[in-house]
Design a protein around this ligand. Structure first.
Ligand SMILES: Nc1ncnc2c1ncn2[C@@H]1O[C@H](COP(=O)(O)OP(=O)(O)OP(=O)(O)O)[C@@H](O)[C@H]1O
Ligand SMILES: [Mg+2]
Length: 462
């Protein structure tokens, strides 16, 4: 797959997020730089440190949304975490290293899926052979293992059966019928293996345990096998999964996943401002623990070795993109060392009335498109007069100015208020043949007038 150019990444983000060009450009360049670095020779590549980013901007202007959309664009392990979810080592809660473990798990799943693709055909063939055996077994009233006679080594021993040259005409006929889809809904019994979950030990959940210890426990826990009756269609999916597992080289997958995590992993660290104590940071109580989270974050961002149940992950090259509103605290309230690890700062702007108008209409899944699509299901065609959109944007901006500024989130409640009655009446309107609705400026004002004029009601509803 060809990596996207910065321009292409920005273009993709533009489909969902209005404005905020500097932030889009910064993340696009950062992502592209990972790829550039990978093309360098190893010596030099080691020297090129990732240029971590902090996005600063008021609440509800698209910081998290950029991360969310970016994650689907980059073909790299990407995890979004909230800094405020972590606690200092020793306190109750998740420690910051767990984000690297989660990132690795993602990479493992990614690489596993890639490998699974390469053995799919073989796994499907093996699964088919086992299905044939199971169906024949049920037909003559024996079980899975007895049906797996020496002519069919696949069922019992797990060796790929597809390689065996088929001579048995009964099996041939069964396979033919299976392929024709004659048995899809028939129920058969198969065995399903599953690992038990790691229990809570001494009040500590699995991810608070030492990773080595956790994987040891995982090894000790017996694998449980249960037999279940499922349809052939469902059994096929399960058997393909089981056969895929047998064909995959787990060690290689882990090795590649660690490599991928180290070389192209991206951590989006949201709500970074929530672990900053306002002012000089010398306050007591909860602030001490926040400062502690920063201290714990530092080695990970600077580059350290994190032990996971799959092995050690070095974090030197992982890209961190942080975001925060920073309205109570400022970036300079972060520990100086941490500030130094985030050389790129981008600001997101507060959204204007005009931005609101565009957000209401332009993104691929803009709120007005969503509202219209939902009502189309009822057979009602909604159109918006352009001025009606203007009024919604204006009232949202007014509400933000009058109360707390919650950015584009305000638009959601505005739309809900406008459509409250229509949503309720929709089926009746459709039944009465009243299938066209035009949203006019007057209608919007009327719907929102009562709310906008009543201070208390406004606080509550919008
Ligand atoms: N510039 C924008 N264009 C389109 N939609 C936006 C924009 N900004 C915000 N939104 C919408 O508003 C909602 C909130 O945005 P988001 O979660 O990105 O806020 P945030 O900047 O992370 O705020 P916070 O600091 O409170 O976490 C999302 O549903 C998002 O789709
Ligand atoms: Mg956010």
């Amino acid at each position: 797959m060809k990596p996207l150019t910065p321009r292409e990444i920005v273009a993709q983000l533009d489909r969902h997020i209005i404005g905020q060009a500097p932030a889009k450009r910064a993340v696009a360049v950062a992502v592209r730089n990972r790829w550039r670095r990978q093309q360098l020779d190893r010596e030099l590549a080691r020297e090129v440190a990732p240029k971590n980013i902090i996005m600063v901007g008021p609440t509800g202007v698209g910081k998290t949304e950029i991360a969310r959309r970016l994650s689907s664009l980059v073909n790299a392990p990407f995890i979004k975490v909230e800094a405020s979810k972590y606690t200092e080592v020793g306190y109750h809660g998740r420690d910051v290293e767990s984000m690297i473990r989660d990132l690795l798990e993602l990479a493992v799943a990614m690489i596993r899926a890639q490998h699974a693709d390469t053995v799919r055909e073989q796994a499907e063939a093996c699964a088919e052979e086992r299905l044939v055996s199971l169906l024949l077994g049920e037909a003559i009233g024996s079980d899975d293992s007895r049906a797996a006679t020496p002519a069919d080594p696949g069922g019992a021993t797990g060796e790929p059966a597809a390689a065996v040259v088929e001579t048995n005409p009964v099996r041939q006929r069964m396979r033919q019928k299976l392929r024709e889809g004659l048995f899809e809904d028939r129920e058969i019994e198969i065995s399903i293996r599953h690992k038990q979950a790691i229990p809570i030990i001494g009040g500590a959940g699995p991810d608070q345990l030492d990773p080595g210890f956790a994987s040891m426990i995982e090894g000790i826990l017996p694998e449980r096998t249960s037999r279940r009756r499922v349809t052939v269609a469902r059994a096929r999916a399960i058997l393909i999964d089981q056969e895929t597992d047998k064909l995959l080289d787990t060690d290689k997958i882990i090795e590649q996943a660690i490599e991928r995590t180290e070389q192209s992993g991206i951590v989006f660290l949201d709500e970074l401002d929530k672990v900053v104590a306002p002012g000089d940071g010398r306050a007591g109580g909860a602030d001490v623990s926040r400062q502690g989270v920063q201290r714990d974050l530092l080695p990970i961002v600077e580059g350290s070795a994190v032990t996971t149940r799959h092995g050690v992950v070095h974090t030197d090259q992982i890209l961190f993109i942080a975001a925060g509103a920073f309205h109570n605290a400022s970036v300079s309230d972060l520990m100086p060392e941490l500030q130094g690890r985030f050389p790129i700062r981008v600001e997101l702007n507060a959204l204007t009335r005009d931005d609101f108008r565009r957000i209401l209409t332009e993104p691929d899944a803009a709120l007005t498109k969503q509202a219209a699509a939902l009502l189309a299901v009822e057979g009602i065609e909604v159109t918006f007069e352009p001025e009606a959109i203007e009024v919604m944007a204006e009232l949202a901006a007014e509400a933000n100015a009058g109360m707390e500024n919650i950015g584009a989130r305000r638009l959601v409640t505005v739309i809900e208020c406008v459509f409250e009655q229509i949503s309720f009446d929709a089926p009746d309107l459709a039944a009465a043949g009243d299938t066209r609705i035009t949203i006019t400026p007057a209608f919007v004002r009327e719907r929102l007038a009562a709310i906008m004029s009543d201070q208390d009601l406004r606080r509550f509803v919008l």
